[in-house]
Design a protein around this ligand. Structure first.
Ligand code: DP6
Length: 325
């Protein structure tokens, strides 16, 4: 065999209980477990083509060639699947996103989920979903959560083998949407990978990690019971706790802009007035507002009125990674 090819599509995910900090950087074993939903409508499509004609691995993102650290991260995944399949063919990886990169929507999650699945399938490896999730994790921690569909938990695990993500409820279980209020689409200064390295410098990180099983359990309960008020409380608390760690690390990471705060305050006001929605923010200034689908139009309309909100992306719960064609 001298040419092997597969294309996979995956969605980013938004964490309700967030991953921040690793206990092993190399293996991307997190300090705490996390829970997320996949974001339908936002898509990364990745083709991996192993061919005897390639002299080295190459990577193109949105048709632009990428070298350096970005390519190294991809080669790490390719090396693992090549070793598992017992082949040495180099590969061309081509990935396209239909959403802005580097703006607090974790593009690396969808990218590494799609890369992992396309690589495994191209080489004819018969791997379980959990094994693909572990492979995606080695590229980007949150990518482990974009492999399974719907509502997903990434287990802390006590080893590499036990540290993978799986569906805790299918997308049909609860019609939630993520209304993303875009306040800036410029590239973030400190990406999550560098951020994770700083987490342990915050004196608050230990307290956050120790309390995570409690928040995970409350979040699971809120999802199982479809209790929007409970979910909004726990996801806001979790996001605030992660940002407290970010802001108190050395050097301090401050991702919020004045518009970020303006949205957070409005969402809290709506909740106090009875409109159930909750905010959560990743390593960027944009605000993800989670609510039930029946409230999405109302929430999106209200978000648009807030000065500084440039655009709203509305994303229902999405599927996991899948092979195309
Ligand atoms: C704030 O998975 O992007 O979005 O493993 O270095 O690729 P790497 O980091 P990444 O970190 C995500 C951080 C977060 C929270 C979350 O999605 O859980």
């Amino acid at each position: 065999m001298s040419s092997l090819l597969a294309t996979a599509v995956a969605h980013p995910n938004i964490a309700f209980i967030k991953y921040w900090g690793n206990r092993s950087e190399d293996l991307r074993l997190p300090v705490n477990g996390s829970i997320s939903m996949n974001m339908d409508g936002l898509i990364t499509r990745t083709t991996v083509h192993f061919d005897a004609g390639y002299e080295k691995d190459r990577l193109a993102i949105n048709e632009i060639q990428v070298d350096g650290k970005g390519l190294d991260r991809v080669v790490k995944i390719l090396e693992i699947v090549r070793a598992a399949a017992g082949i040495s063919l180099k590969a061309s990886v081509s990935s396209t996103n239909n959403f802005p990169t580097g703006a607090g929507i974790a593009s690396s999650a969808a990218a590494f989920a799609a890369l992992a699945q396309a690589s495994v399938t191209a080489l004819g490896l018969d791997w379980s979903e959990a094994k693909v999730s572990r492979l995606a994790r080695l590229g980007s921690g949150s990518a482990s959560r974009s492999v399974p569909g719907g509502f997903v938990e990434w287990y802390l695990g006590d080893s590499d083998e036990a540290c993978y993500a799986e569906t805790i409820a299918p997308k049909e279980h609860w019609s939630l949407v993520d209304c993303v209020a875009i306040v800036s689409s410029s590239h973030k200064k400190t990406g999550s990978t560098e951020g994770h390295l700083l987490a342990s410098t915050s004196p608050l990180q230990i307290a956050r990690a120790v309390d995570t099983p409690r928040r995970i359990s409350l979040c699971r309960q809120a999802i199982f019971e479809k209790d929007m008020s409970k979910l909004a409380s726990i996801l806001q608390l979790d996001s605030d706790m992660m940002h407290s760690v970010m802001m108190t690390s050395t050097p301090a990471l401050f991702y919020w802009q004045p518009e970020t705060m303006a949205v957070m305050k409005k969402v809290q006001q709506w909740r106090d007035e009875g409109l159930q929605a909750g905010y959560t923010i990743d390593a960027g200034p944009n605000v993800h507002v989670i609510c039930e689908a029946k409230k999405a139009d109302e929430v999106a309309k209200l978000l648009k009125k807030i000065p500084g909100v440039q655009k709203i992306l509305v994303s229902p719960v999405g599927d996991g990674v899948r092979i195309e064609g």
